[in-house]
Write a protein that binds this ligand. Structure first.
Ligand code: CP3
Length: 345
């Protein structure tokens, strides 16, 4: 067993394992060098290239897990959606009407991004640490399909659409749920050892709307993986107000963004492994601040299983030396002796 899988399965490990959301990305010169030669979709679709990029960060830093290089939008191309990256996803013809939704295919297990299975197998042959697979949660995928551009106002266009077209919304979320289940089951069959469901835009909604349009679909996806016995991570950004609901999800691990202290999340999500939550901005700032703030996060994470991560994806302007410093600081922190110090005797 690895320390990452131990913590993901609920063990209060002596040190916190660490991986970093978007660890294979633009802050790495090796990534940018590969990107000179290929378009983003080519990088996702070519299994050798996707595997090579997946391995870049674990070759450079002693991280405790790898995450497959791909994107949450990858399986949607096989539904018949045309997607460009600029650098975020842009949908050529946004989904708006019931007819638009009806025209989206559910390609089935064999037809959903089959190149990803080959990439997973290639990584597993070469990788010493566990490989995490992932998908976007239905609510977040729907957000991009309906309203890809307008992140700045919390995707208000999508929030309008949910209430203007509830029938189309339900059908869209159902189809996305089916595709996501097929896609994640395929990744697990190919060899990923944990999965993360990214619900990046869940926090844009109030609890009642999340309970109606987000939670049931995320629950169906996660529950459909139960028989495959890999740890399931659910991560929503800015979702403190949804913790009561998130506590209902069948996920062993819950990701927490940087705004919510892990001790607060711990009370709201008993029995879960927590993952997070250093502010990605800290990692850009100064090596001493990185180590100090990382230790503060680690102390907040005591009292239950913890996987160290950022509170959201790493920023492209992050100096690589700061990442090295972060991994060292996390690995040097002895959770068991720190926990003893914390408890008054
Ligand atoms: O974490 C990893 O290293 C694995 C690869 C990965 C990518 N996207 C590669 C990528 C993962 C896990 C994702 C998930 C993803 N994609 C999410 C959920 C995580 C989150 O950030 O909340 C979302 C919302 C997307 C959609 C998406 N794709 C956005 C918003 C962007 C632009 C953001 C940015 O980094 O500028 C992308 C493009 C993308 N996906 C890039 C990478 C490395 C940058 C593309 C480039 O190199 O130009």
């Amino acid at each position: 067993m690895s320390i990452f899988l131990d913590a993901a399965s609920g063990k209060d490990t002596q040190r916190a394992p660490i991986w970093i959301m978007r660890q294979a990305g633009r802050y790495l010169s090796e990534y940018n060098a590969v990107k000179e030669r290929y378009g983003f979709w080519e990088m996702c679709r070519n299994p050798e290239v996707a595997a090579q990029i997946t391995l870049l960060p674990v070759q450079r830093f002693p991280l405790d897990a790898a995450i497959l290089f791909s994107d949450i939008m990858t399986p949607l191309a096989d539904m018949g959606v045309e997607i460009e990256f600029a650098p975020g996803p842009v949908i050529t013809r946004p989904v708006r009407t019931l007819a638009d939704v009806r025209s989206l295919r559910v390609p089935g297990p064999e037809g959903t991004a089959p190149f990803v299975a080959a990439a997973v197998r290639a990584v597993r042959e070469q990788c010493a640490v566990p490989l995490i697979g992932f998908a976007g949660a239905p609510l977040t995928l729907a957000t991009y399909l309906v309203d890809s551009g307008a992140a700045a106002d919390g995707h208000a266009g999508f929030r309008v659409w949910l209430h203007a077209e509830p029938e189309a919304a339900r059908l869209l979320l159902d189809r996305l749920t089916e595709v996501t289940i097929d896609y994640l089951r395929m990744q697990i069959a190919a060899g990923v050892q944990a999965v993360q469901l990214f619900d990046t835009w869940a926090g844009a909604h109030d609890p009642a709307v999340y309970a109606e349009f987000g939670l049931p679909h995320a629950r169906r996806v996660l529950a459909a993986l139960a028989d495959l016995a890999v740890p399931r991570v659910y991560f929503a950004v800015g979702a403190h107000h949804l913790f009561d609901r998130i506590a209902e999800l069948p996920a062993e691990v819950v990701g927490v963004d940087w705004r919510t202290p892990l001790s607060v999340a711990r009370r709201a999500l008993p029995g879960r492994t927590l993952q997070g939550n250093l502010d990605p901005a800290v990692l850009v700032s100064r090596p001493e601040a990185v180590a100090d703030r990382a230790r503060a996060v680690l102390r907040e994470g005591l009292g239950g299983p913890h996987i160290f991560n950022l509170g959201h994806g790493i920023r492209p302007d992050t100096p690589v030396g700061h990442v090295q410093r972060l991994v060292e600081a996390v690995h040097a922190f002895d959770r068991h002796s720190e926990a003893e110090k914390k408890v008054p005797v």
